[in-house]
Write a new protein. Structure first.
Length: 186
């Protein structure tokens, strides 16, 4: 597994690692490059799974109910950041069906703003080809994770601004994915 931009990961302190989401193995692709155990925000469906849930609870993952605002998950995620820990989030809110970065959800922007936490963008390349969501088992292949420079905490002033900044963040992650210049989204 290859990685680039690991020097962009803060040595300590709270930040949100925001990555595209292309497979069920994204947690492993990212974790391989992280110096410490990092908590993830996960869909409640995985948290409630008999086997997966055990590992997620041991890791201190933050369960999130998809499809609507989840105030409890927001509080738990903010507490992780307030304790000075990093947190991994997939702004798309679900695994891509095409392998391309999808529309970002505004929750990541709201959380980063409330916690005053920087966002470190990341892009997983090759993960979709190795383990797309429709396959039962992964296949051999090369996966690369690219980390971008930390972005300062966003300062949205409305839900529409959060949506616009989430879209800009996903364009930034898509540029990292494609290896093209990624201008700061804010």
């Amino acid at each position: 597994m290859q990685g680039g931009g690991v020097e962009h990961l803060p040595a300590r302190g709270a930040y949100i690692l925001a990555s595209n989401h292309v497979s069920l193995l994204d947690w492993a692709f990212l974790s391989y490059h992280l110096p410490d155990l990092v908590r993830f925000v996960v869909h409640r469906e995985y948290w409630d799974h008999a086997l997966l849930g055990i590992g997620l609870r041991c890791n201190g993952a933050v369960p999130l109910r998809g499809g609507a605002t989840d105030a409890g998950a927001f509080r738990r995620a903010r507490a992780v950041l307030s304790d000075g820990e990093p947190l991994v989030m997939f702004p798309e809110g679900g695994i891509s069906r095409t392998g391309r970065p999808q529309r970002g959800q505004p929750g990541i922007i709201a959380l980063a703003a409330a916690a005053r936490a920087p966002i470190v963008p990341a892009a997983i390349r090759g993960g979709f080809e190795v383990f797309p969501r429709h396959r039962r088992l992964p296949r051999p292949g090369s996966v690369t994770v690219v980390f971008g420079a930390p972005l300062p905490p966003p300062v949205p002033n409305s839900r529409d601004a959060q949506r616009a900044l989430a879209a800009a963040l996903m364009r930034h992650i898509e540029a990292l994915h494609d290896g093209t210049p990624a201008p700061p989204p804010w």
